[in-house]
Structure formats: structure tokens, C-alpha cells
Ligand binder design. Structure first.
Ligand SMILES: Nc1ncnc2c1ncn2[C@@H]1O[C@H](COP(=O)(O)OP(=O)(O)OP(=O)(O)O)[C@@H](O)[C@H]1O
Length: 223
């Protein structure tokens, strides 16, 4: 089910870092029900692009709309709220908070908008189970491997059923079998719930489940 209105709409986006232009005039529309994989050489600007799509960084020109709302037109409070409620982000460096249990980490997006503790914990536990970490809710980040941390980050990014999923190499630390399980979760969110997803990846398995595969080069996004 692909809806006609894009959840993510990027127009004429430009970005330079330290006087090097990463991209200029980059456009991308991703509809609900669509999963887009972005490939590209190291250093080409994929993570920078994802950060701009999430409103964590800003472009030099152009606009990014999420569900019709232009990120640059929002003040920081509203942009943060939109990010928390409508976007699920899997960072390359996970950003699992060390002083919270894994359950509390996964529950965070829900806890920020609801006070129903029991319901929140149950959903966090279900999400941990979905990434194969159902028994680890009471553990802390220091007790986990890189691949396990990556799965906690994925659980946290999906728990609040975001409209837009942005993921930076979400299967980079996973064995092929675990990677397939994780990719199924992204695919389910997109196909069953109508979310839109942009996944930066080097993995052929991720590209295989994508509706579109685009490559970022200095000239922009190309099929
Ligand atoms: N805050 C910053 N200040 C200066 N340079 C930066 C900054 N952020 C990113 N860069 C540079 O911008 C370029 C793009 O970085 P980015 O992390 O977006 O690339 P990438 O395509 O995601 O790379 P990789 O596949 O290795 O993760 C790199 O050359 C990086 O060094």
C-alpha cells in the first residue's frame, strides 16, 4: 500500500561541510509504504543527509518536509517534538543511554509522551523480544555486544510506530541471520503500517528488500 502523498519530501537540498560541497539540488520523495535504501562511498555525506532529514542538522538551501511540515519553519521545541513523535532514528553509534536499563532505553520514546508506565514497559518488552532480546530488559548497555546494542537501538526507533524511519547502517554489526530478522521489522513497519523508511546501507540484503535503491554521489541521488 503506497499512499500518494509523500511522508518525506526533500526539495533542492544543498549542504557543504568545511567548504566541500556534499550535495546540491538533492530531491527525494518517499511515500508511506515505501522503503528506500541509500548507498554511497564512505564520506560522501549519507549520515549528514540522514541527520538533515531528522532535523538534527540543517541544509544550506532547500527544504525538508515530514508529513507536509517543513522542518526549518519549526522552532527547536516543535522540531524536537516532531522528531520524537513522528520519526524513528537508528544512529550509526547507537546512542544507548548507559545509566538506563535496556527496557528504559526502548521505552524512552513512549515515556516522553505518556505516563502509563505498565503499558509502556509491556510495549518495550515486546519490542525487545522482537529483536531477540526479550530476556535482557533489566540489563545495561555495558553488558551487551555491539550487535545487541544495535538491536536495542532498532527496538527504540520502532517502538512508538513512527511515520518516518531513518536508519544509518542498521545491520552493520549483525550476522546475516539476525540482520534478516531486523530487516523484517523495518519491512513490516513499512508494509503493514504504511511508514516511510530511508535506510543508509552497504548491505545487499537491505538493498534487496528496498522498493528503491539510490546511490548518493557528489552529483546527488541517482538510481
Ligand atoms: N561536523 C562536521 N564538520 C566537518 N566535517 C564534517 C562534519 N560532519 C561530517 N563531515 C565530513 O563530511 C563528509 C561526509 O560525512 P558523512 O558522515 O555524512 O559521510 P558518510 O557517507 O555517512 O560516510 P560513512 O559511509 O563513512 O559513514 C565527511 O568527509 C566528513 O568528514
Amino acid at each position: 500500500m503506497i499512499s500518494p502523498l509523500p511522508i518525506l519530501d526533500v526539495r533542492a537540498l544543498a549542504k557543504s561541510v568545511e567548504s566541500r560541497q556534499l550535495f546540491a539540488d538533492l530531491s527525494l520523495a518517499v511515500a508511506g509504504g515505501e522503503l528506500v535504501a541509500i548507498l554511497g562511498e564512505s564520506g560522501v555525506g549519507k549520515s549528514t543527509l540522514l541527520n538533515i532529514l531528522a532535523g538534527l542538522d540543517t541544509g544550506d538551501a532547500g527544504e525538508v518536509r515530514v508529513e507536509g511540515v517543513e522542518l526549518d519553519a519549526l522552532d527547536e521545541v516543535r522540531r524536537t517534538r516532531l522528531r520524537r513523535e513522528r520519526i524513528g532514528f537508528v544512529f550509526q553509534a547507537f546512542h544507548i543511554l548507559p545509566y538506563l536499563t535496556l527496557r528504559q532505553n526502548v521505552a524512552l520514546p513512549l515515556a516522553l509522551v505518556s505516563s502509563r508506565a505498565r503499558e509502556i514497559d509491556a510495549r518495550a518488552d515486546a519490542m525487545l523480544a522482537a529483536v531477540g532480546l526479550g530476556a535482557r530488559g533489566e540489563s545495561y548497555a555495558r553488558d551487551l555486544s555491539g550487535g545487541e546494542l544495535q538491536r536495542v537501538a532498532i527496538a527504540r526507533a520502532l517502538v512508538h510506530e513512527p511515520a518516518l524511519i531513518l536508519a544509518d547502517e542498521p545491520t552493520g554489526n549483525l550476522d546475516p541471520e539476525t540482520a534478516r530478522g531486523v530487516l523484517r521489522l523495518f519491512a513490516e513497519a513499512v508494509r503493514n503500517r504504511g511508514a516511510a523508511a530511508v535506510i543508509v546501507t552497504h548491505s545487499a540484503a537491505t538493498a534487496e528488500i528496498a522498493d528503491r535503491v539510490l546511490t548518493l554521489t557528489a552529483k546527488g541521488l541517482r538510481p
